[in-house]
Design a protein around this ligand. Structure first.
Ligand code: HEC
Ligand code: HEC
Length: 260
């Protein structure tokens, strides 16, 4: 009798322990699935747009603007009044101008600037962004040697910013504020090239972003001189539009060889 009571007691304890550990297991399983959900892996190149997008008539694009499309749109809608550099008799855009205004400013100029013909009803929002990013591209464009800069960006910047500029480099978890995501329109489109150059040169106070002016990469034997830092600005920018560079190259090739 005494044994039976004891055995029943032991069984109860075992059941209790078992159910507690089962509950524990369940909780930790739930937690890990919750954690998995929280980590937002950027598996593909898609823009991040905050919904607080602002003024009337203004909104960020829904995908990377296309320079290729933009070229056609610009030729059909803007070339009658605008040209580049020193082209005669036009309201010309210069590199200096493009470096000193934000991409958003260019978009607003053809959307909601009362002093300019409005293209709000003539071109879709995406088409206006295409035209604007082509205008920028025509003057500021890509770094001279994209492959070379990819390697240099890879060994100096990607540890924080990620190779695709998504701010997902290996140490991004530890940084507060986190690294800038170069694919984020509502961040990068609000900065001028001059501002980005300044941030790359001088770093950003109270963040992990270091100053690069005058630094030397001893492994790869190059210096972060002024010219190279401007190339970095171009490289950072290219995350915010698509070049279809092969198409553009082909076009140049066709032009120079006069083949159709
Ligand atoms: C009918 C002529 C005309 C057409 C077409 C035209 N523009 Fe303009 N644009 C102007 C004039 C004039 C100015 C003002 C120049 C000045 O202030 O010196 C201007 C200024 C601008 C500016 C500078 C605005 C600023 O304040 O910084 C931008 C950017 C611009 N245009 C973009 C475009 C784009 C892109 C297109 C095509 C979608 C376009 N424009 C089509 C005449 C035109
Ligand atoms: C140790 C981490 C780290 C490294 C390495 C680093 N950055 Fe940054 N970077 C940051 C952080 C963090 C920010 C965001 C600061 C903030 O929120 O203002 C930032 C911001 C920037 C910005 C400003 C963009 C914006 O929208 O504010 C640019 C441009 C930039 N980095 C370029 C570079 C380039 C180019 C390199 C390599 C030459 C580089 N960074 C290397 C951490 C890093």
């Amino acid at each position: 009798m005494k044994y039976k009571v004891q055995a029943a007691g032991i069984m109860r304890t075992i059941t209790l322990v078992l159910s507690i550990s089962l509950v524990g297991l369940l909780i930790s399983a739930c937690q890990s699935s919750v954690q998995l959900k929280n980590i937002n892996l950027p598996s593909e190149k898609k823009p991040l747009i905050s919904k607080k997008a602002t003024e009337e008539d203004f909104d960020y694009p829904t995908k990377d603007p296309s320079v290729e499309e933009g070229k056609t749109i610009f030729t059909q809608n803007c070339s009658s009044c605008h040209g580049f550099g020193a082209e005669a008799g036009k309201h010309n855009f210069t590199l200096k101008y493009v470096n000193s205004v934000t991409p958003s400013h260019l978009f607003k100029a053809i959307t909601s600037n009362p002093k300019h013909p409005s293209f709000k009803d003539k071109l879709t929002r995406m088409e206006r962004w295409d035209a604007v990013m082509y205008l920028r591209f025509a003057l500021f464009g890509l770094p001279k040697d994209v492959e070379d800069i990819k390697i240099k960006f890879g060994s100096n910047c990607a540890v924080c910013h990620g190779t695709r500029g998504f701010a997902d480099g290996p140490i991004h978890y530890y940084l507060n504020p986190p690294p800038a995501n170069f694919n984020q329109f509502d961040r990068l489109y609000e900065k001028t090239d001059e501002k980005l150059f300044e941030e790359i040169s001088d770093g950003i106070a109270w963040t992990a972003m270091p100053p690069w002016a005058g630094r030397v990469d001893k492994d790869k034997h190059f210096e972060f001189d002024e010219k190279f830092r401007w190339e970095l600005v171009k490289f950072v920018r290219q995350f915010g539009y698509s070049t279809e560079i092969d198409l553009l190259r082909k076009e140049e090739l066709f032009k120079s060889k006069n083949v159709k």
